[in-house]
Design a protein around this ligand. Structure first.
Ligand code: NI
Length: 192
């Protein structure tokens, strides 16, 4: 099993726009290797997702999975999802509370830190899977937040760029001071 070294905040690769995955990346088997490495590393370090630039591969591929996650016990389960060359279209504007999903996000590339990020609560996801099939689906709530966080990595963006700076805190303080019900707030569900 491979557990890749994870690039931390400050590594230039985290700030680059990842290159598109090409047919040659598929036919050569490189894509399959990247996907395997991402899944094994994500599971080994209890990530909710992992993007290729985080393991020093500047390519547009990310993986997502949440299953009894110890870093995010307040997240719903998300089946293993592999996104190649993903494109997101927000389905809500995200400037009114009921259009937002607000989550105290963290990131394996920013170890120990959490911060509150509000994002559009519904997104259309278009991508290919590992086998080259087209994907086209809508995710809402926490799932929408997770996929936006991962796809941000492919564009050189990190959650600390989007977090309210006054809400940044270390994990221990997050556990101590942020009530469970405030850790992920779906505007639509919260107030109807
Ligand atoms: Ni991240």
């Amino acid at each position: 099993m491979t557990v890749c070294t994870i690039a931390r905040l400050g590594e230039p690769i985290l700030r680059r726009v990842a290159e598109a995955v090409t047919p040659e990346d598929r036919s050569s088997g490189r894509l399959a290797q990247w996907v395997t490495d991402l899944i094994e590393t994500m599971r080994a370090v209890s990530g909710a997702g992992l993007a290729a630039p985080q393991v020093f591969v500047s390519k547009a591929v990310c993986v997502i999975e949440v299953r009894e996650n110890r870093r995010y016990p307040f997240f719903p389960e998300i089946p293993l999802t592999v996104l190649v060359n993903p494109r997101l279209t927000p389905l809500t504007a995200g400037d009114r509370p009921e259009e937002c999903i607000t989550v105290y996000e963290g990131c394996l590339s920013v170890p120990g830190l959490r911060g509150r990020v509000s994002r559009p609560r519904a997104v259309r996801v278009q991508a290919e899977d590992a086998a080259g099939n087209s994907l086209d689906f809508v995710w809402e709530g926490v799932r929408a937040a997770v996929v936006q966080h991962e796809v941000d990595h492919l564009f050189g963006k990190l959650f600390v760029d989007r977090a309210d700076s006054g809400t940044l805190m270390f994990y221990e303080e997050f556990e101590r001071y942020v009530p469970v019900e405030a850790r992920a707030v779906d505007g639509q569900i919260q107030d109807g």
